[in-house]
Design a protein around this ligand. Structure first.
Ligand SMILES: Nc1ncnc2c1ncn2[C@@H]1O[C@H](COP(=O)(O)OP(=O)(O)OP(=O)(O)O)[C@@H](O)[C@H]1O
Length: 333
């Protein structure tokens, strides 16, 4: 069996009285694109800094490609890292920066580097001090990918990139995974990772609340309906299948698992003017799952970032059940 790309056991970090990470047990396989999700302050960056051994753990262990992370010289041979807020040497041009970083890491494939520059559309002749935030990210992404490392540790790497470049980044991540490289992608935006990740972990307040394959989450068979109504919105409490309801302009957004007929007939009798249905986003799947399994129903903030305290695990506790079909469920401890 191949050694895991990333392997942590009981990894814990406290800063004084603040517990940034508590008992993280995580195993990421080679060739995986692994999403590491959580609201602000959940402990994502701390985890990545522990994996880079930029901070020492309070307890626990971590290995990269089987190498203990405290063996920095050997572990870092396997790793590239991009932070969400890249600093570059202001006097160097993008190309000088890339050449310098390639030399530091024992060389890169120049043709691949130039392809990355082309695909990410960054002008390498500009001095770093003149780069926008997005262009600094592009130089850092080029530097990370150009050496084809075994493991890419990416901490919100596409902040500041436009959607076209986000798509290009996703293509690069997929190609890397196809080559057997591992992409560990931290984000607080679920929809940013749902297109590319094989599995996702959800971290909240320093604790792992979930690890699941996207396929298993999608099997929860949820549909989101957006109903425009010409009368007052009906109450949907207790309607079979309804797991989340949110008010939208002139109507309701309703998440339903299983057959939707009961919910639809309630909407139809409330003056249904227009109905749209769609697949749920990853965020909606998670939130819906937690709504469904906790037996509580209510409004769900459905779009954008996971709000602090409103995401999965917001009601964490010993009675939170394991999700159906998740390959590696870990209940909050
Ligand atoms: N050097 C430090 N000293 C003290 N507290 C810290 C330090 N670094 C992180 N923390 C705290 O640890 C917790 C986790 O922070 P971390 O930066 O890992 O979260 P995050 O999930 O990466 O958040 P974000 O999405 O906002 O970057 C937070 O409460 C943070 O304030």
């Amino acid at each position: 069996m191949r050694v895991p790309a990333i392997d942590t056991e009981g990894l814990t970090k406290r800063f004084g009285t603040v517990t940034a990470l508590e008992g993280l047990d995580l195993r990421v396989e080679q060739g995986e694109i692994f999403g590491f999700l959580g609201p602000n302050g959940a402990g994502k960056s701390t985890t990545i800094r522990l994996l880079l051994h930029l901070v020492r753990p309070t307890a626990g262990t971590a290995r990269i490609m089987g190498v203990p992370v405290e063996d920095v010289e050997r572990a870092h041979r396997h790793v590239s890292y991009v932070s969400g807020d890249v600093s570059l040497w202001p006097q160097l041009t993008g190309m000088e920066t890339l050449i310098h970083l390639a030399n530091l890491s024992g060389g890169a494939d120049d043709a691949f580097r130039d392809e990355l520059i082309e695909r990410l559309r960054v002008d390498p002749s500009v001095r770093a001090r003149s780069y926008s935030k997005g262009n600094r990210q592009k130089i850092a992404l080029t530097a990370a990918f150009m050496t084809r490392p075994d493991v890419l540790l990416l901490d919100e790497p596409t902040s500041g990139l436009d959607p076209l470049m986000e798509a290009e980044f996703q293509a690069l991540a997929r190609e890397a995974a196809d080559r057997g490289q591992t992409v560990f992608l931290s984000s607080h935006l679920l929809d940013q990772v749902e297109d590319i990740c094989h599995r996702v972990a959800i971290l909240r307040a320093g604790r792992l609340v979930e690890v699941a394959a996207l396929e298993d989450l999608r099997k929860l068979n949820t549909t989101v309906f957006e109903a425009v109504l010409d009368g007052p919105a009906p109450r949907l409490d207790g309607v079979p299948g309804v797991v989340a309801v949110e008010r939208i302009d002139r109507g309701l957004r309703v998440s339903v698992t299983g057959p939707p007929s009961a919910a639809l007939s309630r909407l139809a009798s409330a003056g249904l003017v227009r109905l749209r249905s769609r697949e749920p986003s990853l965020e909606e799947i998670f939130l819906t799952y937690y709504e469904a399994t906790s037996g509580q129903r209510g409004a769900v903030a459905a779009h954008g970032a996971l709000p602090d305290g409103a995401g999965p695990g917001a009601r964490d506790g010993p009675d939170t059940p394991d999700p159906p079909g998740a390959p590696d469920p870990r209940a909050p401890r």
